[in-house]
Write a protein that binds this ligand. Structure first.
Ligand code: 8OZ
Length: 373
């Protein structure tokens, strides 16, 4: 029987020939100094490009102060734009589309990453529980962030706009706004991290304002039909979590729907740890099922899907496409393997973050014991 994952899909102004999306994946392997994409990153993305497929490239800091982890490739310097251009060229030659995930970590940073050793910025001066990844790949407790002023918020939105322009110059087909996993946008959304009393805090409408202003600014650069947003309504990553997510996220998604963006990308609650563990929460609703009626365009779901459950979700109409993360790390040819119902390589968590080719570009293709070119 034909697999629903291999039926074509229109996404904004593009046409996909299958529905297996490569999820945005932090790998901490940018070229240093300068957090510049380099030849190793080009090889990694080229290996994972398939005709008519969609790659969402890893979260990329929109400005120096948006960065929270070492060796994450940015999208604010000319060198980074040049480095990314080699990536998008290679992916396009292989026939795939590539979007870039625009990322601001907010308080999930450390002063060692910040210009002039400044404190990380956030909607309110509330430190996250847990520890940051410092510039030297060590762990240190999160610091109490600097509260963004209204003027500084406007500056951050300008940085999103500039990053979108850079992404366009680098040849990305579109961009995804990272609104998930406890980073800056989610820090504005959630009451535990946003205690502001101005237009950006308090009511749900006010807490959603920053997300919508960012989406509007980015959509003005790319056109809304080339912009997506990623949210994690039930997530607890990076000391996040909302008591009544249905209400907050329902409102946010309605606001995004009015902007006519190309897609909404939801992380399922069962994968809410966002790569920090192989957690699989039971007894929580599926985010894609829950919010499907609120979102009129393409819905991408992610989080612990298997090929079978992905086909089932698409068949049931709960999602239009499924993003795979860990399975795409260990299977450069994941769509082909799924199509053939072939065995999948298992992944090695120890090589997810940082390092070189090992665990990055050396996973074999089907029928080969050696790394793909
Ligand atoms: C795992 C490790 C580092 C970063 C996210 C960008 O949670 C990430 C990330 C995940 O969205």
């Amino acid at each position: 029987m034909a697999q629903p994952l291999f039926s074509p899909l229109s996404l904004g102004r593009y046409d996909l020939s299958h529905r297996i999306v490569m999820a945005p994946l932090t790998r901490m392997r940018a070229g240093e100094p300068g957090d510049v994409p380099h030849a190793l990153n080009v090889k990694y993305y080229r290996q994972r490009a398939t005709p008519g497929g969609l790659i969402i490239a890893e979260g990329s800091p929109i400005s120096p102060s948006a960065k929270g982890m070492p060796a994450t490739p940015g999208i604010y310097s000319p060198e980074q734009v040049q480095g990314w251009t080699a990536v998008t060229d290679a992916v396009h030659q292989a026939g795939a589309l590539i979007f870039l995930q625009l990322w601001h970590v907010g308080r999930i940073s450390h002063s060692s990453h910040q210009p002039h050793g400044a404190l990380p910025v956030a909607p309110s001066a509330i430190a996250a529980a847990g520890s940051a990844y410092t510039a030297t790949f060590e762990r240190a407790p999160y610091e109490t962030p600097h509260t963004l002023t209204v003027a500084e918020i406007a500056g951050v939105i300008d940085s999103y706009r500039a990053a979108a322009r850079n992404a366009l110059a680098a040849g990305f087909d579109g961009v995804e706004i990272h609104g998930a996993n406890g980073y800056l946008i989610e820090q504005f959304l959630q009451s535990r991290t946003n205690t502001r009393t101005d237009a950006y805090g308090g009511s749900i409408e006010n807490r959603v304002r920053f997300l919508l202003e960012v989406a509007q600014a980015v959509a003005e650069v790319y056109g809304p039909d080339r912009v997506g947003v990623r949210l994690s309504p039930f997530g607890v990553a990076n000391d996040s979590g909302e008591a009544e997510p249905e209400h907050l996220y329902g409102f946010a998604i309605q606001g995004l729907a009015k902007l006519k963006l190309a897609y909404l990308h939801l992380i399922e609650p069962r994968a809410s740890g966002a790569g920090q563990a192989d957690v699989d929460h039971k007894n929580v609703p599926s985010a894609s099922e829950l919010f499907r009626p609120t979102w009129p365009r393409v819905l991408i779901a992610a989080g612990n899907y298997t090929p079978a459950s992905a086909n089932a979700a698409v068949s049931a109409g709960h999602a239009d496409a499924i993003a795979f993360g860990r399975l795409f790390i260990s299977n450069p040819d994941l769509p082909e393997r799924i199509r053939k119902d072939a065995p999948l390589n298992s992944y090695n968590r120890a090589t997810f973050y940082g390092g070189g080719a090992e665990g990055y570009t050396d996973y074999p293709r089907l029928g080969s014991s050696i790394a793909a070119e």
